[in-house]
Design a protein around this ligand. Structure first.
Ligand code: SF4
Length: 223
């Protein structure tokens, strides 16, 4: 097993640690292969990061120690952190997350409660950008202007967190995802598509693609 650190010098990632949360399964496999590591190790990385929610390489026990040491030196798994969370009277849960950049993004969990008081549907409304370049007059996010695109992992983290909230408060996992939070998702197209690949992966949250809605203000050429 080649040492990831040694191999990484060839692609110059020694100074700037690469964030594995910018990658979906295919990109993780390409990443390890570029460093001379068998592609199945990328599947194992995917399982730890997006299936188990683990970001500490030391805990990734199925990876060889030498590879873990290389990853510790050259890579990171940048998570987003909840800084504020509130539940409204209608049981909607709003969370404010701090991104690795220090900027903040909002996420909402919207339960559809049936006549027996049970959550029939649990929808997460995710942000895909901080701020937005579209500048729609009615929208507070638009007034901020564009600040930052979220990574696939930062989009995934919003759903992962709300999935835990859903299990804890409503006794069942998230059923739907809508890209209707901060940002115009089609202006962060690649990351949004990668996040959908992750969210629908059976080794991750295994959501149905039919239950994921991307809402746009009308960038039709991207659809
Ligand atoms: S596209 Fe969405 S987030 Fe952006 S300004 Fe318009 S309504 Fe707001």
């Amino acid at each position: 097993m080649p040492d990831v650190k040694t191999a990484s010098h060839a692609v110059g990632i020694a100074e700037d640690r690469v964030d594995l949360k910018t990658m979906d399964r295919a990109a993780l496999k390409d990443f390890v292969a570029e460093h001379g590591v068998p592609r199945y190790r990328g599947d194992q990385l995917f399982h730890w990061i997006y299936g188990k929610g683990v970001s500490d390489f030391d805990r990734m026990s199925s990876l060889p120690k030498r590879m873990r040491r290389g990853l510790q030196r050259d890579a990171t798994v940048a998570n987003i952190e909840v800084v504020e969370q509130q539940q409204a009277a209608d049981q909607t849960v709003k969370a404010l997350f701090e991104l690795p950049s220090g900027r903040e993004a909002e996420t909402v969990l919207i339960p559809a409660i049936d006549e027996r008081g049970e959550a029939r549907r649990l929808t997460v409304c995710v942000s895909s950008q901080v701020g937005c370049a579209m500048g729609c007059e009615f929208c507070a996010t638009g007034l901020m202007g564009f600040r930052e695109n979220l990574t696939p992992g930062a989009i995934f983290d919003q759903v992962w967190h709300m999935n835990e909230v859903a299990e804890e408060r409503f006794g069942r996992p998230v059923t739907n995802v809508v890209f209707m939070g901060m940002g115009e998702p089609l202006l962060n197209y690649d990351a949004v598509l990668d996040s959908i690949d992750i969210l629908t992966d059976e080794d991750s949250l295994n959501l149905s693609a039919q239950k994921i809605t991307v809402s746009t203000v009308g960038l039709a050429r991207r659809i």
